[in-house]
Design a protein around this ligand. Sequence first.
Ligand code: SF4
Length: 434
Amino acid sequence: MQQLQVRSENRTLYDHASAAEFNDHRWQDKNSVARFKQLEALLEGLIAPSLLDEIGAGLSKVGMSIRLTPYIMSLIDWRNADTDPIRRQFLPMLSEQEADHPCLAVDSLGERETSPVPSLVHRYPDKVLFLVTSVCPVYCQYCTRSYAVGQDTLLVQKDHVTSARNWEAAFDYIRAHPEIEDIVISGGDVARLKPANIRLLGNTLLEIEHVRRLRFATKALSVQPMKFLSDDDWFQAIVEVVEYGRSMFKDVCVHTHFNHPNEITPLVEQAMRRLHNEGVYVRNQAVLLRGVNDDTDTLIKLFRGLGRMNIHPYYVYLCDMVMGTEHFRVPLSTAQELEKTVRGTTAGFNTPLFVVDAPGGGGKRDVHSAEFQEVEFGISGFRSPAVDPLRMYHYFDPLRSLGQAAREAWKMPGSKDQIMAKLGYQSRTATAVA
Ligand code: SF4
């Protein structure tokens, strides 16, 4: 059987720290890189000054601030930093950025439009997204929720929608809506919540009779796995909520976020062994990112690696149409081809669904379910009858994938209205399609 190549972190950058320190979540938090000056001090002499300049210049053009744990810094191959798939996710370089497609937006999924009370997004009838914090152990440059997560950047001033002051109103809203069965507790990242708040959220929500399922969303498994090994109180809080849910015949699980097989390390295995021993079920939601995982070999290694960690590959998302992320995006047709190639290489239950989170709030749509795909201008249309039976949700391929004439047309002022009108595409269809 083919062996998975598991990389350990290379601790050269942190050889002054003992193993006990490095494996402690508090030391990781305290030594995280959150400012360019810290990055410069750490990498001086290790990478070319021009590369640091590239990163510094790139940071002035993006919607996400930076934050990297020492652990994730140690997974980056700094000798090949310009192409390293982990560096690319967390540290922008000016030369790899591309001018945004005019249809990119700060809140591309329209979450703020479907928020009945602050901190809650209610789109599907039986499910809500509960945004409980705006901070994460790391900041991903392609974050969908860049409108609210992380520090302000020159490009984006953040909304402050995740305050704990909003929680009571959110609980009341959920209590008043018996159709809500499913709650994603996210943000931000629940790894940044105090154990008492994990318990408060979990227990309060489970005690609402009609709530059947909770999912705690955290990327810490892939970027700070020691959180699950050294923060016993936090770990126990998660386990207690899972057990409380189990005692009520309700489902509580963890959703996490790995994008590349290099993120699967011996420490991840230790963390997963601990979760697995406690009967905590973990699903993965990956994002398809150009230059990170947009090739078949990488994806197959990722899904096999996750399967061996007992992490269930659940979704692969096309990168959302978020401002500042054009260089990460691939055309819909690439996602379709990758899905076809990947499916069948491992068991069906170990193969994720490749989806477009339909811009404007249509929810997850199978990449193969487009109603149409227009090639010249790179426009596809998706329907989402459970959300809005009369609406067509459009996804737009990255400009780089189009011919020159189409690229020029998109750059003209008012291009969206003109191109959509010329092609006869409307957001609202005349009638619901049966
Ligand atoms: S961990 Fe999730 S919420 Fe946090 S920056 Fe990354 S994608 Fe955004």
